[in-house]
Design a protein around this ligand. Structure first.
Ligand code: IMP
Length: 428
């Protein structure tokens, strides 16, 4: 029997599904919590007692004082990491145990400017990025001109040569768009400023995960963003530059998929999306009080503060996510946010090109033509935020939950009825 030391938490839609709360709840059972893709474009809001923590690159396990790993599938903003570590240490009065893979690429100040220029010149086709330099940093990685953590500890001359090489094309672009050009020495000094902070905080992916497996320790991979923002399988081009699916974890961390046990999919009772890109089930403002939903669900970006669009829960996409990620249990978040609604809709298919579709069409141009087919349910009209047992939830609420499980062929094991840790119902 293969060891199953690695579990993961995956967002089923376009991010902001409430992963932070689930990770925080279950991470007590793990020794390691890992980020294996994305950068500080992620945003986890976690409420502990009267304190709210907002993390963008540091794994949420830091709040439980777990060993936090950032693997080479990520791109890292060292300034952000340093600030988040300092903030948590100040609030919790405990040392944060964070380690970064030597192969991780570094987001540099010029990446953010490139993100900005790119969005400016893209006009109506712009992606609506978080402007954190994520895309440009991954472009450097795959263009083989990126700067990695390991470079900080190599020969200084070699590092300067790499920076010079990486700046050639960029400085032509900056000049063209009237931005200040970057100097090799400035970037070099910027990087050297983090050398002390990184001392004894680095690791080699393969050695680290082999030793975790050998020592029978447990490791939780916390997904950032969501499946539909996946560069390979999402609503391309309106996606991020990494793969937030369970499929990316083995490559990004040098583990075998055979050692992954629980794959926990996270969805809210509705969909949300921030940035540009189509969401078929978007709710028109005149249909329900969206302001109220956004306030109750705190639907404002953790990283950028942008308001999120709200849509009815799309079961076609949820099923796609469950199948793609091989999700073996679901967590349904924000149930309490819909407590005041008289009717609740679930999307069970699309009308597209004169046909009825039950599967997500991989082609974005077809996706744009999808008109949702809804099944309408009666709401429950009752405050459920203090309910502790599944059996005590209103029957109308249970009906919806069980319909979702049947449609996507996956059990919902965790239900969230409020932001706090204790506002959680464990089913079965
Ligand atoms: P980027 O990741 O900053 O390049 O942005 C690409 C797209 O992904 C944009 O639509 C962003 O709004 C979206 N995005 C990136 N990170 C998150 C996240 O953590 N939650 C929700 N959307 C995200």
């Amino acid at each position: 029997m293969e060891k199953k030391n690695f579990d993961c938490v995956i967002g089923c839609f376009w991010g902001d599904e409430g992963k932070g709360k689930v990770i925080d709840l279950i991470s007590k059972d793990y020794q390691y919590v890992v980020r294996s893709q994305g950068g500080d474009n992620a945003g986890h809001t976690i409420k502990i007692k009267d304190k709210t923590f907002k993390l963008s690159i540091l794994p949420s396990g830091a709040l439980r004082n777990k060993i936090c790993l950032i693997t080479s599938g990520c791109v890292i903003n060292l300034e952000k990491l340093l600030n988040e570590v300092l903030e948590i240490e100040q609030k919790s009065k405990k040392k944060v145990k964070v380690f970064v893979s030597l192969n991780t690429h570094i987001i540099l100040p010029y990446h953010k400017i490139l993100d900005e220029i790119n969005e400016k010149v893209s006009g109506k086709n712009k992606i609506g990025t978080t402007l954190r330099g994520i895309g440009p940093s991954y472009i450097d990685k795959f263009g083989r001109i990126g700067i990695r953590i390991v470079d900080l500890f190599n020969d200084e001359k070699i590092l300067k040569e790499k920076i010079k090489n990486s700046l050639i094309l960029k400085n032509i672009i900056f000049k063209h768009f009237n931005y200040q050009e970057f100097k090799v020495n400035d970037i070099f000094n910027y990087l050297m400023g983090f050398k002390d902070f990184l001392l004894n905080k680095t690791f080699n992916n393969k050695e680290m995960f082999e030793s975790i497996l050998k020592s029978n320790k447990k490791c939780l991979f916390e997904g950032a963003q969501g499946t539909m923002l996946c560069i390979e399988n999402g609503t391309y081009p309106y996606v991020t530059s990494s793969s937030p699916t369970s499929l990316s974890i083995p490559l990004n961390s040098t583990i075998s998929h055979k050692n992954i046990g629980k794959i926990i999919g996270i969805t809210k009772i509705y969909c949300s999306r921030v940035g540009n890109g189509f969401m078929p089930t978007i709710i028109k403002p005149e249909k329900i009080d969206l302001k109220k939903i956004k306030l109750l669900g705190n639907e404002f970006g953790t990283v950028t503060g942008r308001e999120r669009e709200i849509g009815w829960l799309d079961l076609v996409i949820l099923k796609y996510s469950v199948e793609l990620n091989q999700i073996n249990m679901l967590s349904l978040m924000h149930l309490d946010v819909f407590s005041h609604l008289n009717i609740i809709k679930l999307c069970v298919g699309y009308h597209c090109n004169g046909k009825i579709l039950k599967k997500y069409p991989q082609n974005y141009e077809d996706f744009l033509k999808c008109v949702p087919i809804y099944k309408t349910f009666k709401g429950w009209n009752l405050d459920i935020s203090n309910i502790k047992k599944y059996q005590d939830l209103p029957k109308n609420c249970q009906k919806i939950i069980e319909y979702i499980e049947k449609y996507v062929n996956c059990k919902i094991k965790i239900l969230s009825v409020g932001a706090a840790r204790k506002k959680t119902i464990y089913k079965d």
